[in-house]
Design a protein around this ligand. Structure first.
Ligand SMILES: Cc1cc2nc3c(=O)[nH]c(=O)nc-3n(C[C@H](O)[C@H](O)[C@H](O)COP(=O)(O)OP(=O)(O)OC[C@H]3O[C@@H](n4cnc5c(N)ncnc54)[C@H](O)[C@@H]3O)c2cc1C
Length: 384
């Protein structure tokens, strides 16, 4: 029997996960990535239990990218160090089967790429357009044209393929915040627990990775496009008096290894995630702000659901079912993430005090229950 052919545009977490999931189900997969090679500057990413379950469904062990880890707590603190709430890793593992997993993005991408056959991932190959989605799709790339039974647009938040097919869509909405991210080398003072610290319109996150490195991120309410002249000085000015170990970690920053991205989500949902034999997934389909830590996780869910629905099925019908399965869930999370961001980014001192009081007063079991919608999802079909 001839193998069915899929072309994936974009080798981010969503595109690579989709490629692995389809490959495991017998598809012949080509991934076209416009970057010349894997990204050298990285950041961390936290994979929530729903994403880990989706990886399980495609037969991929995400822990391969990290080595052994143990469940850790995630604290929420005020800049002075006072605890606002704690998500206990052991309790999360008991409730959802496993605790969240913090990984270096580069290591995760490498592990996913390793799960693909040689030659499947083509760097330096930009997808310019996809024609004929309703018949036999043709993918026009900088390296020539490709045909396929199904094309997956995993080309990220600015998705050129989304703009090609939804020219009237209003595009992106600026959240009002920018984010800096970096990964510090192992060797500094040990960081045992993950923590996020909320100030007034400013946040810092500290997440230990399994190999001793530390993923550090910070956000601030700033005008769109704000770029400080010296990033290290800017971060020390904003967060240098916050509780330990934040000042010491900021001192260790290599400015060349800091990523800065303004935070956007889709201004409005897409009407559907497919057109004929073309499907969108990940940020291309439903870009959301990172406040729930679910953008990448939803991309992995998309990939697992899509591969499951495509298994042996008529492609246009499978993609219609994929849209039906994914649009409402991902849009609800996009909206919830936007709302969570508004609360986290409050600047008014009275509003911040009321927020912090409410956080301290919320029982841990109530806070955990609010995570059920995110973490308990299990609609991926059988393990490949
Ligand atoms: C500060 C911050 C923190 C975050 N933290 C988390 C977290 O902890 N957990 C989580 O789940 N999510 C998190 N997210 C969200 C997560 O990063 C994204 O949702 C996720 O990376 C989306 O993956 P993707 O594959 O859809 O898109 P991307 O990762 O953006 O990948 C798209 C790929 O397509 C390529 N591409 C674009 N155009 C073309 C083209 N024309 N031809 C070929 N290739 C193309 C790009 O080069 C890129 O490699 C965070 C986001 C931010 C900004």
């Amino acid at each position: 029997m001839t193998r069915r052919r899929a072309v994936v545009a974009g080798a981010g977490i969503g595109g690579l996960a989709a490629a692995v999931a389809l490959h495991r189900r017998g598809w012949d997969v080509t991934v076209c990535e416009r970057a010349a090679g894997p990204s050298a500057v990285g950041a961390g990413i936290v994979l929530a239990p729903n994403a880990l379950r989706a990886f399980d469904a495609m037969g991929f062990d995400a822990a391969r990218a990290t080595g052994p880890t143990s469940p850790a707590a995630m604290d929420l603190r005020r800049p002075g160090g006072r605890l606002l709430s704690r998500a206990d890793g052991v309790a999360l593992a008991a409730r959802y089967g496993r605790p969240p997993l913090a990984v270096h993005r580069t290591a995760l991408a490498a592990a996913l790429a390793d799960a693909l056959p040689e030659g499947a991932l083509q760097y330096g190959t930009e997808v310019a357009a996809v024609d004929g989605a309703d018949g036999r799709p043709v993918v026009h790339t900088s390296a020539g044209t490709l045909t396929a039974e199904v094309v997956i647009a995993a080309d990220g938040i600015h998705s050129p393929i989304r703009r090609q097919y939804f020219p009237a869509h209003p595009g992106l909405h600026y959240s009002g915040e920018t984010a800096w991210r970096t990964v510090l080398r192992a060797g500094g003072p040990p960081v045992r627990a993950a923590a996020e610290t909320w100030g007034r319109g400013e946040r810092v996150g500290v997440v230990p990775l399994a190999d001793g490195r530390v993923y550090l991120y910070a956000t601030a309410v700033v005008p769109e496009g704000y770029r400080p002249a010296g990033v290290r000085a800017e971060l020390l000015r904003r967060y240098g008096t916050w509780h330990d170990p934040i000042p010491a970690l900021l001192e260790r920053i290599d400015p060349a290894a800091v990523l800065q991205h303004d935070l956007y989500d889709l201004a409005a949902p897409l009407p559907r995630f497919h057109q004929g034999r073309l499907a969108w997934l990940g940020d291309a389909a439903h870009a959301m702000t990172p406040n729930l830590g679910q953008g990448g996780c939803q991309a992995v869910e998309d990939a697992a659901v899509l591969a499951h629905l495509l298994d042996g099925a008529d492609v246009p019908a499978a993609l219609a079912a994929y849209s039906a399965a994914r649009c409402a869930r991902t849009d609800a999370l996009r909206i919830r993430s936007r709302r969570a961001g508004r609360v986290a980014a409050l600047t008014n001192p009275l509003a911040v005090a009321a927020r912090d009081l409410a956080l301290r007063a919320t029982p841990a079991r109530v806070a955990r229950r609010a995570l059920d919608d995110l973490f308990a999802f299990d609609g991926f079909g059988q393990t490949a």
